[in-house]
Design a protein around this ligand. Sequence first.
Ligand code: HSE
Length: 439
Amino acid sequence: MVAPLKIGVAGLGTVGASLVTLLREQRALIAARCGRPIEVVAVTARSRAKKRGVDLKNIKWMSDPVALAKASGIDVFVELIGGGGGVAKAAIEAALSSDKSVVTANKALLAKHGVALAALAEKNRVALNYEAAVGGAIPIVKTLREGMAGNSFERIYGILNGTCNYILTRMEQEGLSFAECLKQAQALGYAEADPTFDVEGYDTAQKLAILASIAFGTKVSESAVYVEGISSIAPADLIAADELGYRIKLLGVAVKTPQGIEQRVHPTMVRKDAAIAQVMGVTNAVTIDAVGINPMTLVGPGAGGMATASAVASDIGDIARGVCGAPFGQPVAKLATVRKAPMQRHEGGYYIRLQARDKPGTAATIARRLAQQQISLESIVQRHPKGQPAAKSAKSDGSVPVILITYATSEDAVRKALAAVGRDRVISGRPQVIRIEKN
Ligand code: HSE
């Protein structure tokens, strides 16, 4: 019988507790598949007294994560503490420096320090695995890194934050406001402690930076991602999107452009028939556009105890099998530095919602300003909410919603045209602009 792979787990929240249970319940199956048993031998967490619904009998309790990371009795350190630095970082560094492989679910830490940690892992010839950091149970890291090791990627885009997708789904299906849906997401425990991290797109940006690194050989860099969240999306946008054949999703998009790799997170109009548009509620999905292959979409639970533990267990299984490659697919020395994409250069179609003065000549003024920037319109609609006559849908200031869909153009042109329309005083309030992603 081969000796068990001995695991130390730091952090016993929902994921840590699920992992201990999963590894115990699937012990025989995992041993058969990976060639040796996997055994949790030590754990650490903030409170020893807390009830977790998991049996910790015969598992050593340690109070210090860094001491656990270095402990001579463990082969693999599993970091489930979270946070972009602090004790999680110190413990991972201690483990890698003591020649122990590490498995982590910590996207924030990888987005900020992934390159340095990967370099340390490479130097010590140990594994740094992080399947659970992106897309929960979806094996997207392994799909890009191992499953598609021979493919060139054109574009990767995904729904990487369940909270945002839940909010947009509820807004679309029930006509509720953003604030109401956020409250519901919080009540259901989906949103992170600080909801701005989810709804303003930062969680998605960290996950995207990790996927972009694997797909495009770039150094993971959260600051290279352009980020816009969903808090400005109004029910009126979801209604208009629906009528025009689109859905609005918060997408993380990493794409090869002539200027380099563009990484961006923003609310996005996607055609209703696209695979990613079918993904509702807290579910995550990633679409992979690789050269010579029709796009493929992986869909699954992006968060939750067992979903995340499943990805962690798979990473531990790789270590049991003796797999130890470069964490981001290529050695750190080969990864390219990336800069934030200047969004004024972004090219694509745009949805624009304006609150326009309901007077003769308004549409002509708007169309002229767009034409001056060489923007071609696919459609322009003065939109009255369903079932309401024109007079009733006008605001008290006499304005009505006008929805424009442009053909592909540059963001710079759109911004310049809208600034000119603003100066013409034919609209009130700020225009709503949502990028359209071709699927
Ligand atoms: N807060 C994340 C989400 C889950 O809403 O998808 C963990 O990454």
